[in-house]
Design a protein around this ligand. Structure first.
Ligand SMILES: *Cc1c(COP(=O)(O)O)cnc(C)c1O
Length: 375
């Protein structure tokens, strides 16, 4: 049967069919709540109390959620994680950085540092897709560029300082809020709201230690040229006034705050970590048991609890599965485009119900049956 002709019975389907790794499922309850501020918050000045109070709430909620020690600050700006890589190239790397690279996102930060004329070439420690690269203590670098979860491959690593001294900066865009972390192990933990925080894109948020703030101030006082929209000192000064340098998307901040408050009510980071782990058990347990599927990441220790990647036998066309799912309203299970594998990728962020992940596996089995594969 043609993949997009396959009909999945309603009773098998997940309550919510969004499994994309970013943008990811936004909880309908958060959108309903947004309606409630349609005339009081949306369309009002980001330099006035209504919006500044919301930003203050976001900063406080993040400090509490991540148990930030005194002196850590929540800094935010526009442009998403990608812009924050460039901001670090200008305002956080002193002279030379070290990067772990094991997928598309980690490689992009390393490349941004390599291209910068004012920096020495970075040290790059690479591992093939599906594995994790381990940072190496080095006295010749002043920043370690780490990643909590490589979204393109579904590999997670624990956040740990490689060595004392250098700034430890962690891209946690698809890990923050779904994977465990201790603030003492990082100086900068940064992300954007459209993945684990179930909001929209366009913003970056960085949890910064006193050492990171000191580095920002030192570089700002030097004669290095920094474009204002990527200037971390300007971002810091604005964040301290509950603002951003230029206009942010108010709905994005609002939806993120909704998600954060919801997760806090459910039990905070611990709850969210357990929920993602439960989804991961369902997904990988299914793949292990399936005669045609296997988890792409071989080492269980680094197999992601927030983004699952599942390979299929040559006997099955994974693209046909994702097309059939899509035709039935179950969307964005396609693998990362540049990885080029016969694979499905499934986000298991805190907004996603583990029961929906279970239903997804049932739907995949149904599709496999219809496609004529043994399942
Ligand atoms: C999605 C993602 C990015 C890019 O985020 P943007 O907000 O689109 O710039 C960077 N790093 C990781 C780990 C991601 O998952």
């Amino acid at each position: 049967m043609e993949a997009d002709q396959i009909v999945i019975p309603e009773h098998l389907k997940p309550a919510d069919g969004r499994f994309g790794s970013g943008p990811s499922k936004v909880r309908p309850e958060a959108v309903e709540s947004l309606r409630g501020v349609a005339t009081t918050l949306l369309g009002t000045s980001h330099r006035q109390a209504a919006v500044k109070n919301m930003v203050a709430r976001l900063q406080e909620a993040l400090s509490e959620f991540f148990s930030l020690p005194d002196g850590y600050e929540v800094v935010l700006g526009n442009g998403g994680t990608t812009a924050f890589w460039d901001a670090q190239v200008f305002g956080l790397i002193g002279k030379r950085s070290q990067h772990v690279v094991f997928g598309e996102f980690s490689s992009k930060f390393a490349e941004a540092a390599r291209m910068a004329p004012h920096l020495d070439d970075p040290q790059v420690i690479e591992a093939p897709p599906g594995e994790a690269a381990i940072p190496e203590p080095s006295s010749s670098v002043d920043l370690y560029g780490l990643i909590h979860n490589e979204t393109s491959t579904g590999v997670m690593v624990p956040v740990k300082r490689p060595a004392p001294g250098a700034i430890v900066s962690v891209d946690a865009t698809s890990g923050a809020g779904g994977l465990p972390v201790e603030a003492s192990e990082f100086d900068v933990y940064y992300f954007a709201p459209q993945k684990t925080f179930a909001s929209d894109g366009g913003l970056w948020i960085a949890l910064c230690s006193p050492a990171a703030i000191e580095r920002v101030e030192t570089i700002a006082a030097s004669d290095r040229y920094v474009p204002p929209s990527l200037d971390l000192k300007i971002a810091l000064d604005n964040s301290r006034k509950q603002q951003t340098y230029n206009t942010p998307a108010l709905a994005t901040i609002y939806l993120m705050l909704q998600q954060l408050e919801w997760m806090t009510e459910q039990g905070g980071l611990k709850w969210a970590v357990e929920r993602c782990a439960e989804s991961a058990e369902v997904m990988y347990g299914w793949a292990d048991a399936s005669p045609v599927a296997t988890p792409f990441v071989k080492d269980r220790q680094v197999r992601s609890n927030t983004v699952a990647t599942v390979d299929f036998d040559e006997s099955v066309d994974a693209q046909a599965i994702s097309s059939a799912l899509r035709a039935n309203g179950i969307v964005d299970t396609e693998p990362y485009r540049k990885l080029g594998r016969n694979q499905l990728r499934v986000a298991m962020y805190p907004a996603v119900d583990p029961e929906d992940v279970r239903a997804l596996t049932t739907c995949i089995d149904h599709v496999l049956g219809e496609l004529g594969a043994s399942s």
